[in-house]
Design a protein around this ligand. Sequence first.
Ligand code: DOR
Ligand code: ZN
Length: 341
Amino acid sequence: MKTLTITRPDDWHTHVRNGAILKTVLPHTAAQFARAIIMPNLKPPVITVAQALNYREEILSALPKDANFTPLMTLYLTAATTVEDIKAAADCEHVHAFKLYPAGATTNSDAGVANIATIYPLLAAMEKYELPLLLHGEVTDETCDIFDRERVFIERHLTAITRDFPNLRVVLEHVTTSEAVQFVESAGENVAATITPQHLLFNRNAILAGGIRPHYYCLPILKREQHRLALVKAATSGNAKFFLGTDTAPHLTHTKENACGCAGCYSAFAAIELYAEAFEQVNALDKLEGFASFYGADFYRLPRNTDTITLEKQTWTIPSAYGDITPLKAGEDLSWKLINS
Ligand code: DOR
Ligand code: ZN
C-alpha cells in the first residue's frame, strides 16, 4: 500500500465559525492540522483583542478531548480600528494578524474597510509592530466583472500598499489568478499568498457547466483553466511564498442551495487529501510538505511542527453531508486518506 508521511501541516486560512457549526467543523481541522489561522468574520466580527481571546476560549472548549491543536487568532480591520488596537494585538501572543475585508466583498464583510486610503495609519502601525496584513484581494466595485475583481484589486490597491509599506508582511489570501501569482512572485520577500484546494482542483466550469453547482461557489470565484494551471505551478514550485490556506468556509446546505447562495467551500474534512490529489496530478507530491508544513510557519515566524501525519493511497467516497453542511466534492471519490494523525 502506497503511503505518504509528511511533517504535520498547518492551515493558514480557516473559517470555523462559532456556535453549533464550530462543533461540527473544528474536529475536522484539528484532526489534520497542528495550527490554523482563524478568520474573524463572525457576526459580529472579531475586532478587539478581548473578543479574540473570548473566541479563542470558545474554540478551545469545542475541541475533542484528545486534540492537540492551537488556534491562531486574527482581528478584523474596520474604519474604527485604532493604532492602539494594533499595538494591543502585537502585544498579545495569541493574535497573529489583521484581516482586511473590503466592505461588501464577501461573507460578513459589511463592517470591512470602504476606503483603503483611510487605513494607511493602521498599515503603518502594522508595519512598525510587525503584524501581518491578510488581504481579501478583490475590489467591490459593482461595475467590475466578478472574474476581474482580484486582478483589479492588485492594480488599484495592492501595488500601492506594497510600494508604500515595503516592510509590511502581506498575505494575499486565496489567490485565484495568474496575475496574482506573478504579482507575489515579483514582490518582496515579505509578500506571500495562500492557495485553496478548490482553486487547485477546479476551474469555473465546475460551478457553471451543465447546471449550477452552488457548493463550488466561493469568493474569489473559480477562474478559467489557464489560471488554475498557474496556481498549480506556483503551489508545486517549491517557492516559499506560496503556502497552504484552505479557506474552508462552512455554510448550512440550505443557505448555499438558495436563490442567493452563500460563498464558501467546505474542505476541512479532507483538506490535506484534496491537496495531495492536486499535487499528485502533476507528479509533485514531493513538494507537498514544504507547501503544507514549512513555508507558512516560516512566514509567520513560528516553529515548524515536529510530528508527522501519514496518508494512504486508498479510494474512498466523500459523504453527501457532515451534519447540515455539504462538503466539497460531496459523493465523489478521493484517492488519498489520512490514516494516522
Ligand atoms: O467563499 C468565501 N467564503 N470567501 C470568503 O472570502 C469568505 C468565506 C466565508 O466566510 O464564508
Ligand atoms: Zn476566507
